[in-house]
Design a protein around this ligand. Structure first.
Ligand SMILES: Cc1cc2nc3c(=O)[nH]c(=O)nc-3n(C[C@H](O)[C@H](O)[C@H](O)COP(=O)(O)OP(=O)(O)OC[C@H]3O[C@@H](n4cnc5c(N)ncnc54)[C@H](O)[C@@H]3O)c2cc1C
Ligand SMILES: O=P(O)(O)OC[C@H](O)CO
Length: 601
């Protein structure tokens, strides 16, 4: 039992007897990325997550590792530069997770269009240039007929043509858990369902740890740490309120984003597609094929509700269906076609506060400023202008902006690293795609606060758990791994499914070959591994975050649901009441994801 309920209990004991070098609050991608680099650098590290790992925003994204090409319209060039360059770094350290998946960008001639064919080409060239993309994945434009050849269902009226550029599909929860496991492998205490209730201080008023609660047992205890970092995403301000000495003002402006999932037969798109909503609202929508489904999103609305439980409303559904049915006139997708859904909160920094790594100008620009930057950029790409001229054009455009409240979609997706007067560090904002880079900056500061006692690792060369495969030959590597699974009797399809999910951990997964009643060989291996090495505590942890059963494999869910519950009830020796509680939790999650309440009107 390497990373299971049993080790969790042991580590809850141990963590109380030691002083940590670093305590990380929040087990989404940001916290996981910091913990990996800290533990690998030799720091005594503990991370506490009040829900399951990734249960916050980091399992509710659009599931892309991408640079945010639309941010070029608001000149968040630093955000785009950081994130588009980080794509390759994330793929390098987690080769089994992000997969190159060129995006189709249909261009419509309509009010508020983000791009026209000219500016789309400039943006894609800049995007590729920033990321050093050349060769088979270099971007290109296609005309209207070619776009419709690829996607005959697309709206024809106003269609000008399209662009095709590289971005990556991602499994966000998987990326988090592989970072969490890596930090744990390197000796960090990684504790889910443990909540910070108070930030504590020494007699000089300096942060020295936190009072926490084990939400499984109700036990409360203290974790002593030399450095404490708040990586709680949308909850950042709430966690800072747990520190009575934190003198910084509130900074977050969480916005809700919703995705809906339909069967591939209802909306069959051959490749990820990204287009304007057609509502002149500055938003763009992704439509993405995944397993045998198609999902689309997102909305972007200010959110003031329960952060643990953002929900999909009728308004969200109406908005997304209106747009998708406009763009795919024959699809005629209705509420009842929606199989699953999810809602998440962007940890946006209010007042465009993205700084440190990702800056950000954030408002609509006058056409003159916009065209000036586009034309200067075009000259730069043709080596007819210097970088300084582009920067000058951007600065002039920037100066045009004021700090007024901007639309949610215009707020920078940049990140911020701050330290309060009592020493509490806060790393907030950003995206999944630049989590590694965000952590690099935080580790430099942590290292300084620890009097430079540690040699920081090169995180660009430090694979996550499951990532020990050649990033330049992923397909061949996964094929070799899948062959090992086929030798154990798995079908080719199931073998590749496991290789894709677990990467270089597959040989270990194959050792967990005790059959589970009611599950096939593939799912028995997967569940046994999750219980023993991925700290799964509930059926939802397994079916929503360690696998994609709830979101993209709904057809198979009914066959596995009960055997999973029965196995976990036995593994954890649940009482009848506990088992009923977990069954209800799962049914509630399925009803919510399936929009049952909306469907019942
Ligand atoms: C709709 C949507 C689409 C997106 N799409 C993409 C995309 O495709 N690609 C991309 O790169 N980015 C995307 N993003 C952005 C990305 O998802 C987020 O930036 C990222 O997940 C934030 O991670 P985090 O770790 O900072 O926050 P979170 O994942 O929310 O983690 C914070 C954690 O802190 C925990 N916590 C809070 N309070 C406490 C406490 N008191 N004690 C202990 N734990 C606590 C929470 O439970 C939570 O799990 C998207 C975001 C949204 C909302
Ligand atoms: O924050 P936005 O507007 O880029 O929306 C999130 C995307 O869907 C993917 O990053």
């Amino acid at each position: 039992m390497v990373f299971s309920y049993k080790t969790r209990n042991e580590e809850i004991r141990k963590v109380q007897d030691e002083e940590m070098d670093l305590l990380v609050i929040g087990g989404g991608i940001t916290g996981a990325g910091v913990a990996v680099q800290a533990a690998a650098s030799g720091m005594k590290t503990a991370l506490v997550e009040m829900q399951d790992f990734a249960e916050g925003t980091s399992s509710r994204s659009t599931k892309l590792v991408h640079g945010g090409i639309r941010y070029l319209k608001t000149f968040d060039v630093e955000v785009v530069a950081d994130t588009v360059q980080e794509r390759a770094n994330v793929q390098h350290i987690a080769p089994h997770i992000p997969k190159p998946d060129p995006m189709l960008l249909p261009i419509y001639d309509e009010a508020g269009a983000t791009f026209n064919m000219f500016s789309a080409k400039i943006a894609m060239d800049l995007y590729d240039r920033l990321a050093g993309v050349t060769g088979k994945y270099a971007n290109y434009t296609i005309d209207k007929s070619e776009v419709l050849e690829r996607e005959p269902q697309l709206e024809k009226e106003g269609l000008q043509g399209g662009g095709v550029y590289l971005d990556f599909r991602n499994n966000d929860s998987r990326l988090v858990i592989e970072n969490i496991k890596k930090a744990h492998e390197d000796g960090a205490y990684m504790l889910n369902k443990v909540k910070v209730n108070k930030i504590t201080h020494d007699q000089d008023g300096k942060v020295n740890g936190a009072d926490v609660e084990d939400l499984v047992t109700g036990e409360t205890f203290h974790i002593k740490a030399k450095v404490v970092i708040n990586t709680s995403g949308p909850w950042t301000d709430e966690v800072r309120e747990l520190d009575k000495n934190d003198n910084l003002s509130d900074k977050m402006r969480p916005t809700k984003g919703v995705h809906l999932v339909v069967d591939k037969e209802k909306l069959n798109v051959p490749q990820p597609t990204y287009f304007d909503t057609g509502e002149n609202d500055g938003r763009m929508i992704f439509v993405i094929p995944r397993e045998n489904k198609t999902y689309f999103g997102t909305t972007d609305t200010d959110y003031h509700g329960d952060f643990n439980h953002p929900t999909v409303t009728q308004e969200d559904v109406d908005y997304l269906l209106r747009i998708v049915n406009r763009r795919y006139p024959d699809a005629a997708i209705g509420l009842d076609d929606i199989e699953s859904s999810w809602a998440g909160l962007r940890p946006l920094i209010a007042k465009n506060g993205g700084s440190d790594y990702n800056g950000g100008g954030n408002d609509k620009l006058s056409d003159e400023s916009f065209n000036n930057v586009v034309n200067t950029t075009k000259k730069y790409l043709e080596d007819a202008a210097k970088r300084g001229e582009v920067e000058k054009a951007i600065k002039e455009a920037d100066s045009e902006q004021d700090d007024g409240e901007v639309d949610p979609s215009q707020v920078s997706r940049g990140s911020s690293l701050e330290e309060a007067s009592d020493g509490l560090m806060t790393l907030s904002g950003g995206k999944i795609t630049d989590y590694r880079l965000m952590a690099v900056g935080a580790l430099r500061k942590i290292q300084e606060k620890l009097d430079d006692h540690f040699d920081l690792i090169d995180s660009k060369e430090y694979p996550v758990s499951g990532g020990d495969i050649d990033p330049e030959n992923v397909d061949e590597e996964l094929e070799k791994l899948a062959k090992q699974a086929q030798e154990k009797g798995l079908s080719e399809k199931d073998a590749f499914y496991l290789a894709d999910l677990y990467g270089s951990n597959l040989p270990t997964v194959l050792t967990y070959d005790e059959p589970i009643q009611g599950l096939n060989q593939r799912d028995s291996l997967s569940l046994n591994y999750a219980l023993n090495e991925e700290l799964v505590l509930t059926p939802v942890d397994y079916l929503m975050r360690r696998t994609n059963f709830i979101l993209f494999m709904r057809d198979e869910l009914d066959n596995v649901k009960q055997p999973v519950i029965d196995k976990m009830a036995d593994f954890y020796q649940w009482t009848k009441e506990e088992k009923e509680r977990y069954i209800k939790e799962l049914e509630d999650v399925l009803a919510e994801s399936g929009l049952q309440e909306l469907k019942e009107g």
